[in-house]
Design a protein around this ligand. Structure first.
Ligand code: ADP
Ligand code: ADP
Ligand code: ZN
Length: 751
């Protein structure tokens, strides 16, 4: 096997003829400020070309059905191996995908129950909620059903005669409502909340043969009594809702709720599977436990036949625990996991596979990890390497950088000021180098001594969602607060409770921005209208002329500037449109210039260059906001779809800066930020606070924690062992705190 992956003259995005040799079978970390070109090397060049070459090995018939990759811009790319990208994209998926199914641990446990549980329900599919043989027939294995919302339908404070039934078709006075008010068995004047259990049962389900008198248009009729629940089910749940009128459908929906399946109580499985036990526990009990606890339970199984199967499950569970996810349960739906949790789970799956000679590519795997858990993550990366794989990691965390066999530092700056390899070598050598990364390594953290004084406080009271234990905590206003704690300790849950209690808080997260394919920084921060007006004023043309959504756009490819040709069974090619040369506008628009620049030239400027060019104060204020969030390297016309999660979060922040008296909530704003950019972020947060706002950040970065005015530390650990506030106070006070992993790591970083 060749010893290196070789890149010659790579030119994707901002790369300036990058030539590199990356050692195979080693852990290589790519560093550099954001926008320097790390992803352009690792994802846009190496990963894409590996996939493309792999696809070429298939027949055209197969290839035609695979996603198409274009050859990256480079003179040569040699000795690649098949690449697996383990990214932060949410695992998402449907509600049938759980931690247990995606890691395959659940299938091992199914085998265990089918062979060794008593009584056995049959083969292993009888324990699968994704198989008709095992699923609960009522909810089809979803664990949840849509059912009547009794809290809405019945008002326990009122009597039947006084409108206890709030669902209009069954309300008092209606023909169906009379069933209940006229029944001899129920007191129409007593609040239904005070009915006995037997009366309540009668109200809901009646009794075979019971009759009631109702008054219709033709007089009094004796009819069969039908319970409220049975009637609702017959008329609205067992029928196809889509066959009803829109009005009825909307009405019924108001009185439905998504709840735990009454048959399996959320366990998703049929009765036979749920009757099977091992040491007194059902498979659903096992799936509900935290992974860390389940390990102990399975270790008790020492039967000579079942033991080895249990041991296989334990080995897989220990891998989950080892990367700090022992607080998850196997029944947790993967769609509810955070990006970092998902990435770590995907890694576990690759660890058990027996593939070697692969290239594994990770995008900032330390995201969402407390410093305590970064060490475990490192072990995981090294184990992948030791199985004979090449591991490439884009990362800013110094603890991960320190583990590398080889570091490639990109830079020196971002965008056009980057795109070069500024250093290659070992982490130790990098620490002594004069590059933005080299200068930051080994830097010591200093805690803030003079903290701001709060102007007031916002409370969360008695929060008990997920693992929170009756948490009551005050978040001081007018200051910068860091919410800390190991993964799974309850930070996101607490912050969500906070935003639910104070809905006017401005949440700036990393989720995608609802944007069209044509959105750019210029449209997003809202300067395009002014830019078009300036061009119209200076040139005498209409403003609409300068929009690539309108008459001024190059007609070929609707102003997108590129032509994408799908050659069916060959590589697709993207060619620059001949008519506009990628500038997206018609010639006559391009001839109209302001200060020597056409509108296309303006869209090609970085925010920094545009700041030098524009005099309009509104435009400048918005461009300065981009600079404040560290995004001056973006060009005004770059599609927003190419931004990373961290960049998306910061561009959102840029558009929400001009407020005062607001409460900002940010989730790990250092994501994607180089150590040298963190200072800029802190300066921005300081400005926000000094302008009269309150800022709350969930953060692991110790520089941010040390710089906060107030710290709320959750823990002591994750899951069941977390959910309490274990420390509140200043960073200086945190240094002295006992039994806090955050305190321990802060002491180390400041020592
Ligand atoms: P890093 O990974 O170091 O943050 P990237 O490789 O993502 O940097 O980006 C390098 C430069 O290329 C940046 O200026 C970025 O804005 C630009 N860029 C990245 N992707 C695209 C793209 N698809 N189209 C145009 N420019 C891009
Ligand atoms: P942190 O933000 O500190 O990593 P979280 O608030 O995400 O912690 O999680 C706290 C606890 O709540 C963990 O045990 C986690 O597994 C659990 N949890 C979080 N989200 C959900 C969810 N959607 N469903 C069930 N449990 C959850
Ligand atoms: Zn069910």
């Amino acid at each position: 096997m060749p010893a290196f992956i070789t890149l010659v003259g790579a030119r994707e995005n901002n790369l300036k003829d990058v030539t590199l040799r990356i050692p195979k079978g080693r852990l290589t970390v790519f560093t550099g400020v954001s926008g320097s070109g790390k992803s352009s090397v690792v994802f846009d060049t190496i990963a894409v070309e590996s996939q493309r070459q792999l696809n070429e090995t298939f027949t055209w018939f197969v290839r035609n059905r695979l996603p198409k990759y274009e050859r990256p811009h480079a003179d040569a790319l040699e000795d690649l191996s098949p690449a697996i990208v383990v990214d932060q994209r949410p695992i998402g998926g449907h509600s049938r995908s759980t931690v247990g199914t995606m890691t395959d641990v659940y299938s091992v446990i199914r085998v265990l129950f089918s062979r060794h549980g008593t009584p056995s329900a049959g083969p292993a599919t009888a324990y699968s909620f994704n198989d008709p043989a095992g699923m609960c027939p009522r909810c089809d294995g979803l664990g949840r059903t849509v059912g009547p919302d009794w809290d809405r339908i019945l008002d326990p404070e009122r009597s039947l005669a006084d409108g206890a039934v709030r669902f209009p078709p069954f309300a008092a006075g209606t023909w169906q409502g009379q069933t209940y008010t006229n029944s001899d068995e129920l007191d129409p004047d007593r609040p239904v909340g005070r009915f006995t259990a037997a009366e309540r049962e009668f109200l809901m389900h009646g009794r075979p043969g019971s009759k009631v008198a109702v008054n219709g248009s033709g007089g009094t009729w004796i009819t069969d009594y039908e319970g409220l629940a049975d009637r609702f089910e017959r008329l609205y749940l067992k029928r196809d809702l889509s066959a009803m009128s829109q009005k009825t459908r909307d009405l019924v929906r108001e009185f439905l709720t998504d709840g735990t399946c009454p048959d399996c109580r959320g366990a998703r499985l049929g009765a036979a599977a749920l009757a099977t036990r091992i040491n007194g526990r059902t498979i659903a009990d096992c799936a509900r436990m935290q992974v860390g606890d389940l390990i102990g339970v399975l270790k008790e199984i020492d039967d000579p036949v079942a033991g080895p199967i249990a041991a296989a499950a334990v080995a897989a569970l220990e891998r989950i625990d080892a990367i700090g996810l022992g607080y998850l349960s196997l029944d947790r739906e993967t769609s509810t996991l955070s990006g970092g949790e998902g990435q770590r789970l995907k890694t576990v799956r690759h660890l058990v596979s027996s593939l070697t000679g692969m290239t594994y590519i990770f995008d900032e795997p330390s995201v969402g990890l407390h410093p305590r858990d970064v060490g475990r993550l490192g072990d995981l990366l090294l184990r992948l390497r030791d199985k004979g794989n090449t591991v490439l990691v884009v990362e800013h965390d110094p603890d991960v950088i320190a583990l590398a066999d080889h570091v490639v530092d990109m830079g020196p700056g971002a965008g056009a000021a980057g795109g070069q390899v500024v250093f290659e070598g070992t982490p130790d050598e990098l620490a002594g180098t004069d590059t933005p990364t080299g200068r930051c390594l080994g830097r010591r953290t200093a805690v803030k001594e003079r903290v701001r004084r709060p102007t007031g406080g916002l409370w969360v009271k008695g929060a008990d969602r997920h693992n929170l234990r009756e948490v009551t905590v005050e978040f001081p206003t007018g200051v910068l607060t860091a919410v800390t704690g190991v993964a799974g300790s309850g930070k996101s849950t607490l912050v969500r409770e906070f935003t639910a209690a104070h809905p006017d808080a401005v949440v700036v997260d990393q989720s995608s921005i609802g944007i069209s394919a044509r959105s750019t920084p210029a449209t997003y921060v809202g300067i395009m209208d002014t830019v078009r007006r300036i061009f119209a004023r200076e040139t005498g043309a209409r403003p609409g002329f300068f929009s690539f959504n309108s008459t001024g756009a190059c007609a070929t490819r609707e102003g997108r500037g590129i032509i994408y040709t799908d050659l069916a069974f060959m590589d697709p090619v993207t060619t620059t449109c001949h008519d506009c040369e990628g500038r997206r506008f018609k010639d006559e628009v391009l001839r109209l210039t302001v200060g020597g620049n056409s509108v296309a030239d303006v869209l090609g400027m970085t925010a920094e260059q545009a700041l030098e060019f524009f005099e309009d104060s509104g435009v400048r204020r918005r461009l300065r906001a981009l600079r404040d969030v560290g995004l001056t390297y973006l060009t005004l016309g770059q599609p927003l779809s190419t931004l990373s999660g961290g960049e998306r979060q910061r561009i959102k922040l840029a558009t929400r800066l001009h407020r005062t008296g607001a409460v900002y909530v940010l989730d790990e704003p250092t994501t994607g930020l180089h150590m040298s950019d963190v200072d800029g972020l802190l300066a921005l947060l300081d400005r926000l606070v000094d302008a009269g706002n309150t800022v709350l950040v969930v953060e692991h970065n110790l520089d941010v924690v040390a710089h906060a005015d107030h710290v709320v530390d959750l823990g002591p650990d994750g899951g069941r062992d977390g959910g309490r506030v274990i420390f509140e106070g200043t960073p200086r006070e945190l240094l002295a705190a006992r039994d806090s992993f955050t305190a321990e790591h802060l002491r180390r970083a400041t020592a």
